[in-house]
Design a binder for this molecule. Structure first.
Ligand code: ZN
Length: 198
């Protein structure tokens, strides 16, 4: 699992499990990250396989959670792809997370009318339309390259840190394109509208 404080994949063994209302299929534990030694509360789901109670997937960190809520201004296809990328990362599926980040970029391009050619061509179209600029253009090309590695090179597995950075850059990109641009335009419109003398 991935530490939500230092972002490293951590292998701590829980000191003990606490059940919920005597339900053996849900367990909670307090663990210490083997890298940064900060504490986390994790939740694990179990199921009966006929003989034993076995884990039914990677544990989920329920505290501390560092995810921010995405703005409602971000259109559904981009938001859902991004949220799936985040869910993959939480479950320790870093290569899948990088793929979903790439898909998030595709969704932004399509939403902004760049619908033909490779993702590289579409991102360049966003740049020429002034939707992304400067560093953001570099970031999106790097995220695209990471996603391509995840998609096409089956010997490569993306690291926890690379997947986390990709998520943070993609979130910044979404906020820039859908939230901050609109905010800035509204701010500029207010500032240039003459105020009636009092
Ligand atoms: Zn840690």
């Amino acid at each position: 699992m991935v530490c939500t404080s230092c972002r490293n994949a951590t292998s701590s063994v829980p000191a003990g499990w606490i059940g919920e209302d005597e339900d053996p299929t849900i367990g909670y534990a307090l663990i210490e990250c083997s890298h940064c030694h900060r504490l986390m509360v994790i939740q694990e789901f179990n199921e009966w396989n006929g003989q034993d109670l076995v884990s039914s997937g990677a544990p989920v960190v329920i505290w501390p959670v560092r995810d921010t809520q995405l703005s409602v201004e971000i259109p559904d296809p981009a938001r859902k792809s991004f949220e799936e990328a985040r869910a993959c990362h939480h479950a320790g599926q870093f290569t899948a997370a990088a793929l979903m980040v790439r898909r998030t970029l595709e969704a932004v391009c399509i939403d902004k009318g760049a619908t033909t050619g490779s993702l590289q061509v579409k991102l360049n179209e966003l740049k020429s339309k002034g939707i992304i600029e400067g560093k953001l253009t570099d970031w999106s090309h790097d995220l695209r390259a990471l996603g391509n590695e995840a998609a096409h090179d089956t010997t490569i597995f993306i690291s926890a840190a690379d997947a986390q950075d990709a998520l943070e850059l993609a979130e910044a990109l979404l906020n820039y394109v859908y939230v901050l641009n609109a905010k800035y335009n509204a701010f500029k419109a207010r500032r240039t509208t003459p105020v009636a003398p009092s």
